[in-house]
Write a protein that binds this ligand. Structure first.
Ligand SMILES: Cc1ncc(COP(=O)(O)O)c(C=O)c1O
Length: 362
């Protein structure tokens, strides 16, 4: 049996009629930039998440940049985040000249350990940027309490977690600004790059909309230094089709996860842990194994692909050497990065496929 990790082709075939129709409508109108489908998607994202504003943009990376630019993050400002994430989280902070300040992760959720945040706050700290890793929001109750006490902003990097919740509130509706990614392999993906920024704040929303079009206030009048950060009309049309099916797809992902939980519970692995205040979008189903290389090799032989998110925490990456961190600074991130392994995850894994995968994990 050959297993497909993300089943993107399968998903395209499933929604082909609707997706093709939506693409052809854009082609017929040839309104490729900021066409009607952009506003339609944004309206539907607002309804889905409950956020007052959903602003589509060119990627999850650019969504983070737009969020920080809207909050006027300046060189030398500090932003507290996790080292156990995709590089875009901290890269965008550094790209703006600000300093990523890392805090180790919680051993169960792999999200930022909120008990270690306060000790890292200085007079330069401007924001906390939790990441909803593998699809699960971080402990936003604790983060917002700290942010309030120290007058900090909260930017949620929800690139992996569209549709997840904390205390029943959508991940996109947490913090001052939340972001997501529509990268193809994300739970809600387009057919290229795309992303969105969410906020309930009128002024921030106006600024983000302007920043995404070169800081423009009206045509050829530029209020801010912005960027070319729009999402293509065609990509918006595609995401809008998938969004209509997303509640069902999300429920299927959660069902796949509970099937895995059941079949893997006696295998001596550390399985994903979801806080009882949260739901996960299960961008990944990631388990911890001591002998990862051997387990991966064995699965590969059986036609089962796996992935590692992420093999090296950011504080040990060459690009961040200038920050002066060293091995041992974030022990939990370091140990998890040597043991973590993601199993195939998508809404369409059959019971037989899940059983096949589980049986070959020894
Ligand atoms: C946590 C996190 N942040 C940001 C991004 C960047 O998103 P994009 O690839 O859409 O730029 C990703 C994408 O993998 C991510 O996983």
């Amino acid at each position: 049996m050959k297993i497909d990790f993300a089943k993107l082709q399968y998903q395209y075939q499933l929604y082909k009629t609707e997706v093709d129709e939506a693409i052809h409508k854009v082609l017929d109108n040839s309104n490729y930039i900021m066409g009607n489908e952009v506003r339609e998607l944004e309206g539907n994202l607002q309804s889905f998440t409950g956020a007052k504003y959903a602003i589509s943009c060119s990627s999850g990376t650019d969504a983070l940049l737009l969020a920080m630019m809207a909050l006027d993050i300046q060189p030398d400002d500090e932003i507290i985040t996790t080292p156990f994430t995709f590089i875009a989280t901290a890269e965008t902070i550094a790209f703006l000249g600000a300093k990523p300040v890392f805090v180790d992760i919680d051993e169960k959720t792999y999200n930022i350990d909120t008990s270690k945040i306060e000790e890292k706050i200085t007079s330069k700290t401007k924001a906390i940027m939790p990441v909803s890793l593998y699809g699960q929001p971080a402990d936003i109750d604790a983060i917002e309490a700290i942010a309030k006490k120290h007058h900090l902003k909260v930017i949620v990097d929800g690139a992996q977690s569209f549709g997840s919740t904390f205390n029943g509130v959508s991940d996109s509706n947490l913090g001052d600004i939340s972001t997501t990614s529509f990268f193809p392999a994300k739970p809600l993906g387009c057919f290229g790059d795309g992303g969105a920024v969410f906020t309930n704040n009128d002024e921030l929303a106006e600024k983000i909309k302007s920043l995404r079009v070169h800081g423009q206030s009206k045509r050829y009048h530029h209020q801010y230094i912005g960027m070319g950060g729009r999402m293509d009309t065609i990509q918006c049309a595609i995401v809008d089709v998938k969004l209509k099916h997303y509640k069902k797809d999300l429920a299927l992902r959660q069902e796949v996860a509970s099937n895995y939980d059941e079949l893997l519970k006696d295998k001596g692995l550390i399985l994903p842990f979801v806080d009882n205040r949260a739901t996960s979008a299960y961008a990944q189903y990631s388990v911890r194994v001591k002998n990862r290389d051997a387990v991966q090799a064995n699965l590969k032989e059986q036609g089962i692909p796996t992935a590692v998110h992420y093999p090296m925490p950011l504080h040990l990456q060459e690009a961040f050497a200038y920050l002066g961190y060293k091995k041992g600074d974030f022990p939990i991130s370091e140990v998890v990065s040597t043991e973590i392994m993601s199993l195939p995850m998508n809404p369409y894994l059959s019971g037989d496929e899940i059983w096949h995968i589980a049986t070959h994990i020894e």
